[in-house]
Design a protein around this ligand. Structure first.
Ligand SMILES: Cc1cc2nc3c(=O)[nH]c(=O)nc-3n(C[C@H](O)[C@H](O)[C@H](O)COP(=O)(O)OP(=O)(O)OC[C@H]3O[C@@H](n4cnc5c(N)ncnc54)[C@H](O)[C@@H]3O)c2cc1C
Ligand code: SF4
Length: 441
């Protein structure tokens, strides 16, 4: 038996998990909404989409108007409809959740946005040109949101992206089960249609310096996200695969991703769950998630934890990897030590402490690490002030360098990083930049 299924089987295994709603299902679901006054779902949405308004428009068959309502608050509404942890946000706040089922807000939002992109609807015309120019660095959710909002306000915007494709983690990092790459790229195309000039393959700090942008543009917005996966600092580390690259390969060309039969995934956050899902769905016989604390301290969302258990993935909690054992370049096992929890550490969670003499082996022919991302290195290279390694900004998203703003994951010193928070940062930063440019005249 082989564990290398065909390309078709592979892409189906990682195809979008939830099917789209049919027109009938959307009509029935939207009719259930109570259209609450001062709706709690809207308050719970970080971008404050007017949820009852867009649902009402679906119920009256006005899908174009519904998409417009969504985009007025959130230019990357198609991605958010798919990747947002709606259970924790809008759907978690829906008044119908207490006794019945909450409204399927995410799926209704996807219904409206799929219509908009499927029919080529152009919901916004560019405002009258102001003559001001803004450079946006990094074309992830924060950068796209900021660039699009600035264009809506009439400013000239150039978006510089170091990768070949724009979209940031929505393009390269989100598992296909949640969001197909085409959805992220359709949003990029819409931002371009708004009049944003996107230059890919252009990296700040390598291809051009910040000073250059400061002379050519009236303001700069940094939305560079975070860095690569940090090292574990253990012998045999060179045999460990990077979880972000594992996901990227599964998106860009799943047929080329080599998946082991016995895979150990180090970490217990959402990225680790995505890596474990890919391994399991692409043919691994056994997948074990290895985490040094317990399920109580896991950073993955509870619904993701439940999902991965249903996928048949095993867990080794209170386990710290200490070495990767390999022979002739082939991984044989992950050597680990048992841990116990001590008093709270700097993160506020109980510190994991090794139990002497408790070493053991987890059989594995592939080891993947998904233990978070490095802080934005650009911050120190540009001599920006930082907080816990993240770029520090004031209430108007401005860094210590006048006219240089930042938002998205690169400023997220507190709270969980998410696509919708990045989109909101971009929108609010665009408004702050606009106020400054208008005030300056
Ligand atoms: C594996 C994974 C799964 C996730 N799943 C979810 C999810 O399901 N739901 C959710 O809400 N959130 C999820 N997130 C988090 C979410 O993807 C991020 O919060 C969001 O993408 C942040 O947007 P951003 O624009 O700040 O950064 P990014 O999306 O990281 O974009 C930054 C962009 O800047 C570019 N860049 C960096 N440096 C430079 C430079 N010097 N010059 C030019 N360009 C540069 C990068 O190439 C990149 O395109 C996930 C994250 C990961 C890692
Ligand atoms: S809280 Fe629920 S029922 Fe009320 S407006 Fe929002 S989606 Fe509709």
């Amino acid at each position: 038996m082989t564990n290398s299924p065909t390309a078709t089987v592979r892409s189906e295994a990682l195809g979008e998990l939830l099917p789209p709603l049919s027109a009938n299902q959307a009509a029935v679901e939207s009719a259930r909404c109570l259209m609450c006054y001062d709706a709690p779902c809207t308050h719970a949405c970080p971008t404050h989409i007017d949820i009852p308004k867009f649902i009402k428009k679906i119920s009256t068959g006005n899908l174009r108007g519904s998409a417009r309502t969504i985009l007025e608050s959130n230019l990357i509404g198609a991605t958010c409809a798919r990747v947002c942890p709606v259970q924790e946000l809008c759907e978690g706040a829906c008044v119908l959740g207490a006794e019945h089922k909450p409204i399927a807000i995410g799926r209704l939002q996807r219904h409206a946005m799929d219509f908009a992109y499927g029919t080529g609807t152009e919901p916004f015309a560019g405002a009258k040109a102001t003559g001001k120019r803004v450079a946006v660095i990094g074309a992830g959710p924060a950068g796209l949101s900021c660039a699009g909002e600035l264009r809506k306000l009439g400013h000239g915007v150039t978006l510089f992206e170091k990768r070949e494709l724009a979209g940031g983690l929505s393009t390269y990092g989100i598992i296909g089960l949640r969001e197909p790459m085409e959805v992220a790229l359709a949003e990029v195309a819409m931002i371009e249609k708004l009049g944003v000039k996107i230059e890919t393959g252009k990296e700040l700090g390598k291809d051009f310096p910040l000073g250059d942008l400061q002379t050519r543009f009236d303001a700069v917005f940094l939305s560079v996200g975070l860095g690569t996966t940090p090292g574990l600092g253990i012998p045999g580390e060179e045999h460990i695969l990077d979880g972000l690259q594992y996901i990227e390969h599964s998106r860009v060309d799943a047929s080329k991703l080599v998946v082991g039969r016995n895979v150990a995934v180090i970490g217990a956050g959402n990225t680790a769950i995505d890596c474990a899902t890919i391994a399991k769905r692409l043919g691994a016989l056994r997948v074990t998630m290895v985490y040094r604390r317990t399920e109580n301290e896991m950073t993955a969302y509870p619904h993701e934890y439940e999902f991965i258990k249903r996928e048949g993935v095993s867990f080794s909690f209170l386990t710290q990897p200490i070495r990767v054992d390999a022979q002739n370049g082939t991984v044989k096992s992950l050597q680990c030590v048992r841990m116990q929890l001590g008093s709270a550490d700097a993160s506020g969670r109980p510190a994991p402490l090794p139990i002497e003499g408790s070493e053991f082996f987890i059989p594995a022919d592939q080891v993947v690490k998904a233990i978070g991302q490095e802080k934005p290195s650009l911050a120190t290279r540009l001599r920006l002030e930082t907080e816990k390694g993240f770029i520090q900004v004031n209430a108007a998203f401005e860094t210590n360098l006048p006219g240089v703003y930042a938002g998205g994951d690169c400023i997220r010193a507190r709270g969980a990083a998410s696509t919708v928070m990045a989109a909101q940062d971009g929108k609010l930063a665009a408004r702050a930049i606009h106020e400054r440019l208008v005030a300056r005249g």
